[in-house]
Ligand binder design. Structure first.
Ligand SMILES: [Ca+2]
Length: 326
């Protein structure tokens, strides 16, 4: 009897402790973002989320190359990034912004040196395999892969959360971010760095946003809401809506935010065998026993609620410059 009573008391206090642990605010997650912002309209949402939600401790933002941007593309991206952070968000004090390499890797074992890759190696130094720095890759993976090649021990101190690949079928490896530097992904998959991936297929399913929905969600949200809506609207008319048609049923996808949703714990994932990548950008069998984490679902309702609560709080507490269409 006495033992049973003791066990009951122990179980009750353990349950209380675990509840308390769940309710205690979690420490912010240290992250570095690598983005090809300016190329599409979704990277902006990730930059905003990371810089407005106290759950993220942003240590730096790296500008990534993309062949669709003016040359030298990572330099151009850096300018867009600075404009977004300093002019649209009005931040005079912000995490360091670093320029990445403007050209992709030439093979899977030669790094493209850049200030961004060196910064990533340097920033990782206080981290370990039990306390990893999170690297969000939402453009070409050139700088992240180059950092791994510059210092292979980096694989023991970071984890990568990326938006990339169309789906997990062999031919599904082809996708904008991956095709912008397939060698980078060959190097990442070959290394033992932990990788979580959000594919285009899952983004399309869970992060599609219709014209009316975007308009409604971004209305009355101050200069930043006006900016995001303007960017969405311009992209929608140039890339989504068929020309000379009144068909507004097509959606656009806020692809890259899947990586931030992962860090916020708003996704479901599966751990599956980790593939390798061929030179023709197809998945092939990877090393025996190697795995990666694939995102299968995003809790979109909670994600948008959290995103806009952070944005509204930021707008209410900062003296933002009025939105000037550029
Ligand atoms: Ca992107």
């Amino acid at each position: 009897m006495r033992l049973a009573a003791l066990a009951l008391i122990f179980a009750a206090s353990a349950a209380f402790l675990s509840l308390e642990a769940q309710q205690a605010p979690k420490a912010p997650v240290p992250v570095i973002l690598s983005t090809d912002t300016g190329n599409e309209v979704d990277d902006q949402w990730v930059i905003l989320y990371l810089l407005t939600d106290p759950a993220f401790d942003v240590r730096g933002i790296l500008s990534a190359q993309a062949p669709t941007l003016p040359d030298p593309s990572a330099h151009w991206t850096l300018g867009v990034l600075r404009d977004q952070v300093e002019n649209h968000m009005g931040l005079t004090v912000h995490p360091p912004l670093l320029e990445g390499a403007s050209t992709p890797m030439t093979d899977a074992s030669t790094p493209q040196p850049s200030a961004a890759a060196r910064f990533l190696v340097e920033q990782s130094k206080g981290f370990s395999s039990t306390n990893r720095l999170t690297v969000l890759t939402i453009g070409a993976a050139t700088d992240t892969a180059s950092a791994l090649l510059l210092d292979p021990t980096l694989a023991d101190r970071i984890r990568i959360v990326a938006m990339g690949f169309t789906n997990l079928k062999p031919e599904g490896a082809k996708e904008f971010n991956v095709e912008n530097d397939p060698h980078a992904w060959q190097a990442i998959l070959k290394s033992h760095v932990p990788v979580a991936i959000g594919t285009g297929e899952v983004c399309r399913h869970d992060l599609s946003m219709g014209y009316a929905q975007a308009q409604q969600m971004l209305a009355n949200r101050g200069p930043i809401g006006a900016w995001l809506w303007d960017e969405y609207r311009m992209w929608y008319f140039s890339h989504v809506k068929p020309l000379r048609s009144t068909d507004y049923t097509h959606n656009h996808v806020i692809w890259d935010i899947i990586t931030a949703a992962y860090v916020r714990g708003l996704v479901t994932t599966e751990t599956v065998p980790r593939p390798s990548l061929t030179d023709s950008v197809r998945f092939a069998q990877g090393q025996n026993g190697a795995t990666w984490e694939t995102i299968s679902h995003v809790d979109t309702t909670t994600l948008w609620k959290d995103f806009f609560a952070d944005l509204d709080h930021f707008t209410a507490t900062h003296n933002l410059p009025p939105y000037q269409p550029r």
